[in-house]
Design a protein around this ligand. Structure first.
Ligand code: CTP
Ligand code: MG
Length: 240
């Protein structure tokens, strides 16, 4: 990877959500999936990757449970910190970024995306080095329509320009950290923030590169996603 060898790369793995749409007794990030807790799949992927350091962001008060029950028994050598997150995803990201101070590049990843491959991690790192800001995504396969207030089709955007955005979202650390600092300077800035690229798009002049990843990199959100994620993970296992 040449130039990146000397650079310090951190990953912030988000696991501070409540998982309300999963409606499960155990929070989705800790649910068993293809033989281990859901969160451990992406931690395993980062463990095998060129990432130097992993920060896990967990729910407030869940740090001890996460360390003792999820992280320590599996001996992840790259997990250096487990920090509490916040109310919205962007609050959790900010806590993770603060804990990652000192790195050159940072990959922000939803712990709820267990099917993270090495190819996608490498693409995100290379994108961050080349463009300072990039997100992994896939071109949409379905036609997307914008609805009016009454549930009727209003417009149909040109599908060839639509991407479904996933994580990792990867950045030069200083760029994304400054963007997040600015985000918290006013409540107005924080309206409708759903991903990290939006923060960089709105708070800086840096353009965010879209990098094609894999359709299998799904976010486990509702119960039917469990079966799909397990199928992808087992398929990968059988291919070796
Ligand atoms: N997340 C987080 N902090 C929050 C909200 C979300 O760290 N305050 C994380 C989740 O743990 C997840 C990722 O962001 O890894 C994407 O969020 P989502 O899929 O919406 O998960 P949840 O918020 O947990 O689920 P739900 O919205 O159904 O409650
Ligand atoms: Mg959520």
């Amino acid at each position: 990877m040449g130039e990146t060898d000397k650079r310090k790369i951190a990953a912030v793995v988000l696991a501070a959500g409540k998982g309300t749409r999963m409606k499960s007794s155990i929070q989705k990030q800790y649910m068993e999936l293809a033989g281990k807790p859901l969160l451990c799949h992406s931690l395993d992927a980062f463990e095998r990757s060129p990432v130097d350091e992993v920060i896990v962001v967990t729910g407030i008060g869940e740090e001890k449970f996460c360390r003792e029950t999820i992280i320590n028994p599996r001996g992840f050598s790259k997990v250096t910190k487990i920090v509490p997150g916040g109310k919205e995803r962007y609050h959790s990201v900010y806590e993770g970024l603060r804990a990652a101070a000192g790195c050159d590049y940072v990959l922000i990843h939803d712990g709820a995306r267990p099917c993270l491959s090495q190819a996608v991690i490498l693409a995100a790192i290379e994108g961050a080095v080349q463009y300072s800001a990039c997100v992994i995504g896939v071109p949409v396969k379905d036609t997307i329509k914008v609805a009016d207030d009454h549930g009727f089709a209003e417009t149909t955007p040109d599908r060839s320009r639509l991407w479904q955005i996933q994580t990792p979202q990867a950045f030069s650390y200083e760029l994304v950290f400054q963007a997040y600092e600015k985000l918290f300077q006013s409540l107005e800035n924080q309206k409708g923030i759903t991903d990290d690229a939006m923060v960089v798009e709105q708070m800086t002049s840096c353009k965010v590169k879209l990098i094609q990843g894999e359709y299998s990199n799904i976010k486990v959100t509702t119960p039917e996603d469990i079966a799909v994620a397990e199928a992808f993970l087992n398929l990968r296992k059988s291919k070796g």
